[in-house]
Design a protein around this ligand. Sequence first.
Ligand code: AMP
Ligand code: ZN
Length: 111
Amino acid sequence: MDCLFCSIVSGDVPSKKVYEDDQVYAFYDIDPQAPVHFLVIPKEHIPSAGAVTEESSAVVAHCFEVIAKITAQMGITDFRVVSNCGDQAGQSVHHLHFHVLAGRDMTWPPG
Ligand code: AMP
Ligand code: ZN
């Protein structure tokens, strides 16, 4: 399957690693939208938040555990987690990922 984030997980495409375990990989976004901007992804290919199932939801919970662990280690208490699902919402890579953004004031609602 031709998937950029699967290629990042396999190491075929280089990335700046933030965290890794057997289920999850986290790396800095190549085009940061905040002073801190990294992505947390399941190693397993799940196309989007809209494709999560009863069978695959445990890894999503694990992603959030990892987000809490990484931000705590970085000393970050205020941050935003975003997952774009579908073209209209701005999803450009069709492998589930959670953006973690921090280090600046955020506006609401997002554009
Ligand atoms: P989205 O547009 O929500 O699907 O998010 C995809 C994100 O992946 C964007 O913020 C991109 O900047 C980021 N991205 C694309 N290619 C790479 C790459 N090779 N390494 C790190 N981040 C990437
Ligand atoms: Zn993938």
